[in-house]
Design a protein around this ligand. Structure first.
Ligand SMILES: NC(=O)C1=CN([C@@H]2O[C@H](COP(=O)(O)OP(=O)(O)OC[C@H]3O[C@@H](n4cnc5c(N)ncnc54)[C@H](OP(=O)(O)O)[C@@H]3O)[C@@H](O)[C@H]2O)C=CC1
Ligand SMILES: O=C(O)C(=O)Cc1ccc(O)cc1
Length: 431
């Protein structure tokens, strides 16, 4: 009988807990575990929820659950499935929440018994965002229609929008919507730290597009390094895309330094035409009123704002163009951060006067040279660390920058949450 079916969750970190709360609230029995050392604390935390049963380890979760979700660090997925996979209940369904599906599927294929069905999932938002209306990717990798239908019923309490993809399609699209998006913001943070700046304290940075850059960058650095490292390093498509982003940054910066106005302008317009030609008739994803509202510092008067060449945004469009990507096609796998990133990029490219001002600034104004130099170094350094595939190298850089910005996380998180809520209301319609 349906009511007797249960959900198992291995890995009770931020995402696992969010799933456990919502699924148990919907009436399903949830069997969950983290590493054995955390069992007592988890029991205390979930004591008020009769439907949640905290067990000592993944063997015990696996042997009694009908749909088992692995919600562990992507870099550990192989080792954890190897350990608990053979204990999976006969005929159960197994899936994972990790952000990159190639290693997850490889682990399932290698270590799960052949009678076990595989249906994976991926909520395309962080644990603090309301899942309602957000994309939830479902991957029917090795399963009957009945198994997929059961998983859909179990996860229907999230009220997310179900998107059906293969693992390979998922990884190709999320390389763009997640890995490259993060690379751009990670590079901004690295450049600000290298120049010893807190950008919200410098009038030239405040307002509009800059608010999004600052809030999203701080949001990423306030999160756990392994989430970003995993989805960049393990995704086969991500390295190529991040590398192209770093190349676009470098090439555009060289054109700026050399004063090659015509070449720069032609290249930017060509890229813009390719990316936005079929997508320039809808309302802008983000408008001034929204962009200006969420500032960590005092907003200067419009005439006091220093112009910016927005190298990071110009390079994103150049990168999409070089890779033949139309980002609107990837809205099915869009995260809130991706929608904000596309929102500010589109804002710049669909305002011809602003784009011309950017090109003028890029050629004629030296104010930003030091920032752009550090941004170029940072983009290349992140790309190199991802390509080398060393988690430690990624972690070291991430945590150093995280420490630099940490004092501002509480204010930035609060503001970032409000910004995401407002922007989601504006960008939730299907484009
Ligand atoms: N955070 C986000 O915004 C999102 C994350 N994801 C993905 O979801 C997954 C989980 O992310 P998130 O919850 O944020 O990360 P967390 O680090 O908060 O959670 C992972 C949990 O799994 C535990 N774990 C590790 N090994 C085992 C094991 N052998 N048995 C039981 N538990 C184990 C970890 O313990 P310990 O810390 O001791 O290692 C940790 O508590 C990741 O793959 C991530 O990429 C997907 C969507 C959004
Ligand atoms: O929105 C983003 O890009 C985030 O940073 C949150 C996030 C991180 C990992 C995921 O797999 C999904 C969402």
């Amino acid at each position: 009988m349906e009511e007797e079916k249960s959900v198992g969750i291995i890995g009770m970190g931020d995402m696992g807990k969010m799933y456990a709360r919502r699924i148990s609230d919907a009436g399903w029995r949830v069997n969950a575990c983290d590493i054995p050392e955390k069992a007592d604390l988890l029991k205390e935390e979930f004591a008020g929820r009769a439907n949640v049963h905290i067990l000592p380890n993944g063997h015990l979760v696996s042997r009694c659950s009908d749909y088992i979700i692995y919600s562990v660090e992507a870099k550990n997925i192989g080792a954890v499935v190897k350990m608990f996979g053979p204990s999976t209940k006969l005929g159960a369904i197994v899936g994972g929440q990790t952000s990159c599906k190639a290693p997850e599927m490889a682990a399932f294929e290698q270590y799960l018994p052949s009678d076990v069905h595989i249906v994976s999932c991926h909520s395309l938002h962080g644990p603090g965002v309301d899942p309602k209306g957000q994309p939830l990717v479902l991957i029917k990798h090795r399963a009957s229609d009945e198994s997929l239908a059961l998983v859909e019923r179990m996860l229907s309490c999230l009220n997310s929008k179900h998107v059906f993809l293969t693992a390979a399609q998922h990884d190709r699209i999320t390389a763009d919507t997640q890995a490259v998006t993060h690379a751009a913001f990670l590079s901004m943070g690295a450049a600000w730290m290298a120049n010893k700046q807190f950008p919200w304290e410098i009038p030239r940075y405040l307002g509009g597009i800059e608010n999004v850059k600052i809030n999203v960058t701080l949001r990423i650095y306030a999160n756990k390094w392994h989430v970003y490292a995993g989805l960049a390093i393990l995704n086969p498509s991500a390295q190529k895309q991040i590398k192209q982003y770093a190349e676009s940054v470098t090439e555009l910066f060289k054109l700026m330094l050399g004063g090659h106005r015509q070449e720069l302008s032609d290249r930017i317009h060509k890229a813009g035409a390719a990316v936005f030609k079929d997508n320039n008739d809808h309302d802008l994803l983000l408008e001034d009123e929204v962009l200006d509202r969420f500032s960590l510092g005092e907003l200067p008067e419009p005439e006091q704002r220093v112009k910016n060449n927005h190298l990071s945004l110009l390079a994103m469009v150049d990168c999409w163009w070089k890779l033949g990507i139309v980002p609107y096609d990837h809205m099915i796998c869009s995260t809130p951060l991706f929608r904000m990133w596309l929102g500010i990029t589109e804002y710049l490219f669909r305002k011809p006067d602003l784009l011309e001002e950017c090109i003028d600034t890029a050629i004629n104004d030296n104010t930003f040279r030091a920032d752009d130099l550090e941004f170029t170094f940072a983009a290349r350094d992140w790309s190199a660390r991802v390509s080398m595939g060393h988690f430690d190298g990624y972690r070291e850089k991430f945590e150093e920058i995280q420490e630099y910005f940490a004092p501002r996380f509480p204010a930035a998180t609060k503001l970032g949450n409000e910004m995401i809520r407002t922007i989601l209301e504006k960008t939730s319609e299907e484009k």
